[in-house]
Ligand binder design. Sequence first.
Ligand code: ACO
Length: 323
Amino acid sequence: TIRAVVKGVGHYLPERVVENSYFESIVDTTDEWIQARSGIERRRFAAEGETTSQMAAAAAREALANAGLEADDIDTIVLATSTPDLTFPSVATMVQNELGMTRGYGFDVQAVCAGFVFALTNANALILSGQAKRVLVIGAETFSRILDMTDRSTCVLFGDGAGALILEAQEGSGTNDDRGILSADLNSDGRLREMLYVDGGVSTTQNSGHLRMQGNLLFRQAVGKLTETAETALEKAGLTDDDVDWIVPHQANIRIIQGTAKKMGVPMDRVIVTLQDHGNTSAASIPLALYEGRKSGKIKDGQLVVTEAIGGGLAWGAVVLRW
Ligand code: ACO
């Protein structure tokens, strides 16, 4: 059995740290409200002129170094973003050029905050079908550029950044003791688009628009859907909540993360949490959290990791992998 095994991980965060107190000066909010309602304390914002592709390439370089690989060892770049540099070409091809990669191919995946889970699942499918041996999977976002800085209910929640993972085809035994991606579960429901969307785009307004969110409606959907998709993915691999070493969730709200962990019966000391420092970085949040989990020594070789995410669409899903 072929498995898509993690070979390396990398990250990039812009230099500028924006504390909650900054928002007290631009909208009617407080540090206490933001921390109590979301768990966020600070986030990074990209510098003027700094783009999604530049951040993605920086994360990719670190992942390549971590894996001991060169750019031309990569067959495919699958990049999740909802905030591309340009309408086209894809950010993935910009990263390909930026890395000096002269072979293979790259493309973008758009599933908003669930983007990295969708990208990982697609990368896994490319490896299992023999289309690629090594895939660079990236989540990269500059959500600061689509925030309405007069809307206190959204502008305080998001941040910028990028994370990258390298997957490599390796022979496994076919059991769930194998390293690599063991299962995935993807979902979307386009009837729920009003809960989270951007009010602009190419075929409508010809500008990029601003993020609009009915946070409390989305909140009510999140815990149930995330628990269900995580448990469905585990079940597909013949595993249960009891087998989970680490939950690496999308980082939107600490109360959603805690609620999901509780429903799964996984204690919070087995959940990787970065949102206090990063805010919600959409498709970048899971690879950034995976990076943190490895860098801190928490996620060890052979441990079982469940990633789960929900976002605009709505789109949601989970990936189960053994590191
Ligand atoms: N500061 C102070 N007060 C605020 C702020 C703020 N920044 N924002 C909203 N409020 C007020 C509201 O106006 C409201 O006041 P009202 O009662 O007088 O009308 C009150 O606080 C409560 O607002 P709610 O929206 O009900 O607060 P809630 O507890 O739901 O928290 C939050 C809001 C943090 C947005 C939460 O709902 C949430 O995290 N939702 C889910 C977000 C999410 O998961 N998104 C998906 C991923 S993101 C993606 O896909 C891109």
